[in-house]
Design a protein around this ligand. Structure first.
Ligand code: TMP
Length: 211
């Protein structure tokens, strides 16, 4: 195996993973460790455009299958245009969300089924899975309350879903973590943000040190 890692950050809404990722990248830079940080849906122009469509709160008519296909389309473009070339160049890649988000949000939350969503994603990106995934686990009611209290920028179409949807998402993540304990590492995201950052830093330092 080449000496670089593809690591994804996952979790329900309001778990703080985006803030954690930002802080971790700054720390890695201070330690002169080169990583590529990116996000889904988005990360490159075409996928950011798809993101605008998927998350637009006005598009309440969007069918669940359309939603799943658009996430897969954004993922495919982002993966082949940005993630894969970076990995091939020997960079570590840290990605805010990836296929697990589709498995749980569309597969479980939208009831399309994890296997159906896995299949369309196999068409989109093949069978490449992250080397490690950090799951920021949080009770959805806490996450949604955090969003309502703190977020001034983007309130997206999925944030507006009912609590029951987000509970299915969380259950989906915990189920995946049980099925793949080697890949998915759970962090308790109900802790204060600085503690979540420290816990993540501890895990990443070990992972990257091994390389
Ligand atoms: P973000 O708020 O973490 O940037 O993610 C955008 C939203 O998109 C969030 O509500 C989770 C959702 N999402 C899916 O439903 N399926 C996916 O495959 C991805 C990548 C995100």
């Amino acid at each position: 195996m080449v000496g670089n890692l593809f690591i994804t950050f996952e979790g329900p809404e309001g778990a703080g993973k985006t803030s954690v990722l930002k802080s971790i990248v700054e720390r890695l830079q201070r330690e002169n460790m080169e990583v590529l940080a990116t996000r889904e849906p988005g990360g490159i122009e075409i996928a950011e455009k798809i993101r605008e469509i998927i998350l637009n709160p006005a598009y309440t008519a969007m069918d669940a299958r359309t939603e799943a296909l658009l996430y897969a389309a954004a993922r495919s473009q982002h993966f082949y245009e940005k993630v894969q070339p970076a990995l091939e160049e020997g960079q570590h890649v840290l990605c805010d969300r990836f296929i697990d988000s589709s498995l749980v949000y569309q597969g479980m939350g939208r009831n399309l089924g994890i296997e159906a969503v896995r299949r369309i994603n196999e068409f989109a990106i093949g069978t490449r899975m992250p080397d490690k995934t950090i799951l920021f686990d949080l009770e959805p009611s806490i996450g949604l309350a955090r969003i309502a209290a703190n977020r001034t920028n983007e309130i997206n179409r999925l944030d507006n879903e009912e609590l029951a949807f987000h509970e299915k998402v969380r259950e989906g993540y915990l189920q995946l973590a049980k099925e793949e304990p080697e890949r998915i590492i759970i962090i308790d995201a109900s802790q204060p943000l600085d503690q979540v950052i420290e816990a993540t830093w501890g895990i990443l330092k070990e992972l990257l040190k091994e390389k």
